[in-house]
Design a protein around this ligand. Structure first.
Ligand code: HEM
Length: 231
C-alpha cells in the first residue's frame, strides 16, 4: 500500500481530509453568503450576481447544459469535497464506535461525544437542507407554495421566504450550520496540530466569529423578507 493509502486509512488522515474539504466547502458557503447579501441592494444587483455565477469564466469557457464550464468545475469540486467530507466523517464515527471507551464518568469524553453527536445530526440536517434548497431554487421543483420563475432568482427567493414555514426551514438549517461551523473550525485547528494553550482563545474567537457571521447573515435574509424590508 502506498503511504497515501495508509495515511487515508488512519484516523489522522481522515481528520486531515475533513479539514481540507471543510475549508473548501466553508469558502464556498462564505462566498455564497456575500453574493446573496446583494439582495439588500435590490433585484437587479441580485440577479446580476446570479447571472455571473451561471456564466462564470464566459466567453473563454463554453456553456454546458445552461451553465458555464466555470460553474460546472466549481460544482464538481463542491460535490467531490462534500463526498469525501461525509465519507471521512462516517468512517471516523465507525472507528470511534468500535473503539469506544466504557468510562462514561470521564468529563472530557462526555463533552467530546456530545460535540460529535451534534456534528453528526448537524451534518444530516445540512445535507437534507441542501437537497431541499437545490430543489427549490436551482431545479425549480414544486417544494414550496411560491411559483418558480426561471432566470429570476430574486423573485424566487423573496416569494419563497414570504411563506413562514419556508423561512423557518432556512432559519433552523442555518442555526445547525452555525453550530457545525463552530465545532468544525475548532476541530480543524486541533487536527492541524494547533493545540497549544496560547492559541486556544484565538481559535475560539475565530470559530465563534465566523460561525456567527455566516449563520447570522444567512438568517437575516428570511427575516428581512418576512419583515417586508426586502420585497
Ligand atoms: C438564506 C440563505 C441562502 C440563500 C438566500 C440562497 C440562495 C440561493 C439561490 C437563489 C440559488 C440559485 C442561484 C441560481 O441558480 O441562479 C442558490 C444555489 C445554491 N445554494 Fe444557496 N442560498 C442560501 C444558503 C445556502 C447554504 C447555507 C448552502 C450550503 C450549505 C447553499 C448551497 C447552494 C448550492 C450548492 C447552490 C447551487 C449552485 C449551483 O451549482 O448552481 N445555499 N442559493
Amino acid at each position: 500500500m502506498t503511504w497515501i493509502g495508509s495515511l487515508y486509512r488512519s484516523a489522522l488522515g481522515k481528520k486531515a481530509v475533513m479539514a481540507v474539504t471543510g475549508i473548501f466547502i466553508f469558502g464556498w458557503v462564505f462566498g455564497h453568503m456575500v453574493g446573496n447579501a446583494k439582495m439588500y441592494m435590490g433585484a437587479e444587483h441580485f440577479n446580476e450576481y446570479a447571472k455571473w455565477l451561471r456564466t462564470m469564466g464566459a466567453p473563454a469557457l463554453p456553456q454546458i447544459f445552461g451553465s458555464s464550464a466555470g460553474l460546472w468545475i466549481v460544482r464538481i469540486l463542491f460535490i467531490v469535497a462534500a463526498w469525501f467530507h461525509i465519507q471521512a466523517a462516517t468512517q471516523l464515527t465507525l472507528m470511534n464506535w468500535s473503539a469506544r471507551p466504557v468510562d462514561y464518568n470521564d468529563r472530557d469524553y462526555v463533552e467530546a461525544s456530545y460535540a460529535s453527536r451534534t456534528m453528526r445530526w448537524g451534518g444530516v440536517i445540512i445535507l437534507l437542507f441542501i437537497l431541499y434548497h437545490l430543489a427549490q431554487f436551482t431545479w425549480g421543483w414544486r417544494v414550496a407554495p411560491a411559483a418558480f420563475v426561471e432566470g429570476d432568482p430574486y423573485h424566487n427567493v423573496v416569494a419563497g421566504f414570504q411563506v413562514w414555514w419556508v423561512s423557518a426551514i432556512y432559519i433552523i438549517a442555518n442555526l445547525a450550520l452555525g453550530l457545525h461551523l463552530f465545532h468544525g473550525l475548532w476541530a480543524m485547528f486541533n487536527s492541524l496540530g494547533l493545540n497549544n494553550e496560547r492559541f486556544n482563545p484565538w481559535k475560539r474567537y475565530f470559530a465563534t466569529t465566523f460561525a456567527i457571521i455566516v449563520a447570522g447573515v444567512n438568517i437575516s435574509f428570511p427575516i428581512a423578507v418576512l419583515m417586508g424590508i426586502v420585497h
